[in-house]
Design a protein around this ligand. Structure first.
Ligand SMILES: [Ca+2]
Length: 235
């Protein structure tokens, strides 16, 4: 307890970035286990009560850290505004400032424990990527340099499930969605070439058939971005 008091003192003086070890996280009130309102607790604070995170400065970098810590392969979206219904009780954290490389949320700078003027209408949430998600990859536009060039499908009903089923049905191992409406299939690991894997946050186009899903992105630095799945599909 003395250590914790010292830590909080140093934290208040801004001499340390964080007083916590590894925070515990959970997702609540989502439609599936991969999404929900984010709740946190710390073993040393207030008898391990679960509390929420305020959406002030809550963004995709913070969501990437939270989703990875929860064991998911990446983050699709960071949500605020109580998207997953409003929590109750303490609002533990706000002003999360993860740079996206941390392996747990407790390693990110923040505004201090229960130091905020938020209410539960601002509870932060996440939608994490599901099993089968392999990452956000660059797709170059030169014909010889395409990541996937088989079986192009384009539809305004595009979802990850539709794309993976389309590719699996044709016998392909991988499915990649891009620009919200397009699906490509692939058979080899060409896409894993060094440097092609990008941060989750470079794939931020909503799937046209389901805005809660990510379908790659459009043109960015001479290439598109593919959201790639291994064909196991979603859920
Ligand atoms: Ca942030």
């Amino acid at each position: 307890m003395a250590n914790q008091a010292l830590c909080l003192y140093l934290y208040a003086l801004l001499l340390v970035k964080s007083c916590e070890g590894v925070l515990e996280l959970r997702l609540v009130d989502g439609r599936n286990p991969f999404e929900g309102r984010l709740e946190v607790r710390d073993k040393d604070i207030m008898g391990r009560q679960w509390g929420t995170v305020c959406d002030d400065r809550w963004g995709i970098k913070d969501a990437e850290v939270a989703c990875r810590q929860l064991g998911f392969p990446g983050a699709a979206w960071a949500h605020g505004g109580g998207r997953f219904s409003h929590g109750a009780g303490r609002i533990w954290l706000s002003e999360l400032r993860c740079d996206g490389s941390e392996d747990n949320l407790g390693a990110c700078a923040h505004g201090g424990w229960e130091t905020n003027f938020c209410d539960h209408s601002q509870d932060a949430g996440v939608i994490c990527h599901v099993p089968g998600y392999l990452g956000c990859y660059r797709d170059f536009l030169l014909p010889d340099d395409r990541v996937f060039y088989h079986e192009y499908l384009r539809t305004f009903a595009m979802t990850i499930q539709m794309c993976t089923e389309h590719c699996r049905g044709l016998g392909y191992k991988y499915a990649g969605a891009q620009r919200g409406t397009e699906c490509f299939c692939g058979q080899d690991e060409h896409f894993t070439r060094l440097g092609n894997r990008r941060k989750d946050r470079e794939c931020q186009d909503q799937c046209a058939g389901d805005p809660d899903q990510v379908c790659g992105s459009g043109y960015l630095e001479n290439s598109n971005r593919l959201t790639i799945y291994d064909g196991k599909g979603r859920l």
